[in-house]
Design a protein around this ligand. Sequence first.
Ligand SMILES: [Zn+2]
Length: 279
Amino acid sequence: MANGRKSLALALGSVAVASLGLASCGDSDTPVAKPPTAGPSTGPSNGRSNGAGGSEARQQRAGASLAGKTVVLDPGHNGGPLKGGQVFVGNGYKACDTSGTATDAGYSEHAFTWDTAKRLQKVLQRRGAKVVLTRPNDKGSGPCIDERAAIGNRHKADAVISIHADGAAPGGRGFHVIKPKPVKGLNEGIIAPSSKLGDAVLAAYKTGTGMPYSTYLGDNGVTVRDDLGGLNLSKVPKIFIETGNMRNKTDAAKLSDPAFRQRMAVAMADGLTRYLTGK
Ligand SMILES: [Zn+2]
């Protein structure tokens, strides 16, 4: 990572420079982990889809019109070379971009987030939403994390989701949603709606995919952070979702399966629809 820029940032800022180069998952560098616990979360991947169950409610949501709503999807990371350097995220500096993680078999997080975002885009568009992606493909260098936040702001998005997968210890599995923590003078206006958005996506994702809450961090699938540029700089309701742990065998198998990614996309769309329409 561009060390010249890094030391410049250090020289400039007395502010804390957050987690340089620790990225397991880019903008969402894994924070302090809690020891793995069995937790009350769902049993092991009861691979059972809820896809059939609850289909009535789903049909209702599928029928709910998202006309007039703008959703910005941020597929985490990018396929091309990193731009490098540091950007100011309101309360410190972070890497402009990071490479993200991958499964042991080599399926990269950036390819995963791109594929899942494209699937989610289609579902949301079918429901009538205007959907904007923060990057145009999975090839070039993606926008820096501050620009990713700016894209949501520029489009006055009704909701923004940044899609990621984690690169945590292999023994931990499951998903979690990251909600913004207030940063004075920056994102205080989005805390309440983002929390609501997070709860809606959390519930829908759990029901729709059968994935358990993260066993290695968070509280019932939720973490709250103030060190992510994407959340600090957003002026519109926004969350991150760490959809699973790519380093965990069970999660990796699911994330690598196109049919499962489709289920994930529909589940996220259901959560978004619930948040945006109340249905
Ligand atoms: Zn990531």
